[in-house]
Design a protein around this ligand. Structure first.
Ligand code: ADP
Length: 492
């Protein structure tokens, strides 16, 4: 039997790699300050987590570099940017949105290369949504008086933005688009493992002819982030990342009068009632936890399933998992890509070991993981108790913990039994049950019969240890504005 015939018999997928040729990597990148490239004193190597291949040298910005970026942002704010008519400001945002669309494939390939996420996700989710955020907020730039009637909105000034590695370009868009629409200038720090799309974005800013200093990008690790947080001339900090670092930032900023929004961790419950359409729910569960390798703060990492349907649902889920394709992020057929870093892989492995030790039952579908790079098979834990670490703590990986419930009240109680409160999902045929549950779930977003759906018009953010402040929608503009009637100079 020929190889092709064997492949056909087994319905194996042939490799369908997206070409890397569209991306032109530099050997090294500087820091984007005041519209120019500033040479960093220290650099580090950024890699592809799927192959451990070095991609480029990137700057580790010092406190002095951060100071220069904040200075450039201040000068741009005091200068031409804040004097610009809002409708003119909007034009830059529209331009950026269109350029992102034009260069979408280049950005998608680079995002998958540097971050390890499947190309079909960066192509179909990250890029369209990033452009959509710029389009959406462009529309608000000259309508702020209508957005906040009788409140005289004004920009805050220089905003410092620190983002994580799970949605590098999308998080950049979530942060930069509302900040610019509101008339602020920006110093943004991408995560240390995924700086490349933020650096490519500087070229989009050049094409859009955005005035120098309006957006500055400083790369580096937590030390660079801390320098940005501590800088006295920053008016507002927007942070997305771990709860631990978020708490440290909040402590640091207490009493300074700087504005702060925090979008932190999550441990979302995805609740499946006995009347839910099971096949549809299985798709939602898979999307909820295996999308982006589970590197999603609002991931549906706790499956709460009504006891009477546990067996058929878990059987269907296991069957579905066997069809997930894990591997090369640049292959268009890949469902689950690489874990973002060696550190994150180690964290996931530790949690999974803890789950087994505490007595939960592990299932992983048969799959061959590549030899090089950082990989973890899609994992389901059943027999999970609420006290287990895998039911309490955020794993940020492709690991699902299954718990059961008997009554809707018990489902809600278990769902809310967490330090977090970012998102939740409800699967049921009954609209009344969706509304009943949504009113009781302490989560910023509640999805009904779907999961991980995002839209720039819809606010996103957390309760409790998931942070405060909202991104997206009208709510997402507010933290970037101050209002004349606010009781303190900088507002709350
Ligand atoms: P994770 O553990 O998922 O990597 P982090 O919260 O450590 O999440 O990282 C999110 C972002 O915060 C990254 O850009 C990181 O460099 C930055 N960061 C880490 N430590 C600090 C800090 N002490 N102050 C400010 N930013 C930080």
């Amino acid at each position: 039997m020929t190889e092709e015939l064997a492949a056909f018999r087994g319905f194996a997928y042939a490799a369908a790699p997206e070409s890397r040729a569209i991306v032109r990597l530099e050997d090294g990148y500087g820091l984007f300050v005041g519209g120019e490239w500033r040479a960093p004193a220290e650099t580090y190597t950024t890699i592809s987590p799927a192959s451990e291949e070095p991609l480029a040298q990137v700057g580790q910005a010092s406190a002095e570099d951060v100071g220069a970026a904040v200075g450039a942002a201040r000068a741009a704010f005091e200068g031409e940017w804040s004097a610009l008519r809002p409708a003119e400001r909007a034009k830059y945002l529209f331009r950026i949105a269109r350029l992102l669309q034009e260069r979408a494939r280049e950005f998608a390939v680079l995002e998958s290369l540097n971050g390890g996420k499947p190309i079909k996700e960066s192509r179909d989710v990250d890029l369209p949504l990033a452009a959509a955020h710029f389009f959406y907020y462009a529309g608000w730039a000259d309508k702020l008086e209508y957005a906040f009637p009788n409140r005289r909105p004004r920009p805050r000034g220089v905003t410092g933005q620190i983002i994580p590695w799970n949605f590098p370009l999308l998080m950049l868009a979530w942060k930069i688009a509302p900040a610019l629409a509101a008339g602020n200038t920006v110093v943004l720090k991408p995560a240390e493992t995924t700086p490349l799309t933020a650096l490519l974005f500087c070229d989009v800013l050049r094409q859009a002819e955005l005035p120098a200093g309006v957006v500055n990008i400083v790369t580096g690790d937590g030390r660079t982030g801390a320098a940005l947080v501590e800088h006295p001339d920053v008016d507002k900090i927007a942070f997305t990342g771990s709860t631990e670092v978020g708490k440290a930032i909040q402590r640091e900023l207490a009493g300074t009068g700087k504005g702060l929004t925090l979008e932190l961790g999550g441990k979302a419950a995805n609740i499946v009632f006995d009347d839910a359409p099971l096949d549809q729910a299985v798709e939602g569960i898979v999307n909820g936890i295996y999308f982006n390798q589970g590197h999603v703060c609002c991931a549906g990492s706790r499956l709460l399933v009504q006891e009477s349907i546990q067996q058929p649902l878990i059987e269907k889920l296991k069957r579905r998992l066997a069809t997930l394709r894990v591997g090369d992020p640049l292959d268009k057929n890949t469902d689950v890509g690489a874990i973002n870093s060696a550190t994150q892989l180690q964290r996931i492995e530790e949690f999974v070991a803890a789950g087994e030790l505490e007595g939960a039952e592990l299932y992983q579908p048969p799959c061959t993981l590549p030899e090089r790079g950082y990989w973890f098979a899609p994992t389901v834990f059943t027999n999970v108790a609420q006290s287990h670490r895998i039911a309490q703590e955020e794993i940020f990986g492709p690991v699902l913990s299954v718990l059961t419930f008997r009554t809707p009240e018990e489902a809600v109680e278990k769902a809310n039994n967490t330090a977090y409160g970012l998102s939740a999902g409800v699967w049921t045929e009954k609209g009344s049950r969706i509304l009943w549950a949504a009113q009781r779930l302490r989560a910023g977003v509640v999805w009904a019969n779907t999961f991980n759906r995002f839209d720039p018009t819809s606010p996103f953010g957390g309760y409790k240890e998931s942070g405060f402040g909202r991104e997206g929608g009208l709510h997402g503009l507010e933290p970037y504005l101050r209002f004349d009637e606010d009781s303190t100079e900088w507002g709350g």
